[in-house]
Design a protein around this ligand. Structure first.
Ligand code: FES
Length: 109
């Protein structure tokens, strides 16, 4: 059911739909919105410890659909992967911009 949201291309309107699997929530946000801000705008709690510096990885989310619709890995995220604090299927929501429709989930929801 969630993937239906990915079928509608909103890019011409400069907006993207972010679906938060397991919560029943989704939101349409402006292109380039950070994933953490989209989640909070949708009313979801997102833990963080490092002030969005890509150090703690507490804000990480698993990408279920639309990986290519996210900004490229930041240097901080590459470091977290090297430290084995971030899985290949995860992104730190504080470092990741939404560039198209995506579906994500998190272990803390
Ligand atoms: S808030 Fe620490 S990595 Fe995102």
């Amino acid at each position: 059911m969630d993937s239906l949201f990915l079928d509608v291309d909103l890019s011409s309107s400069g907006t993207c739909r972010v679906s938060f699997s397991g919560t029943g929530k989704s939101i349409v946000v402006p292109y380039g919105t950070y994933l953490i801000d989209a989640a909070r705008e949708a009313g979801l709690e997102v833990p963080q410890q490092c002030g969005r510096m890509a150090i703690c990885s507490w804000c990480s989310m698993e990408v279920l659909e639309g990986e290519s619709n996210l900004s490229e890995l930041s240097d901080g995220e590459r470091r977290l992967i090297d430290w084995e604090k971030l899985a290949e299927t995860e992104r730190t929501s504080c470092q990741t911009e939404v560039l198209g429709n995506v579906r994500v989930t998190a272990r803390y929801w």
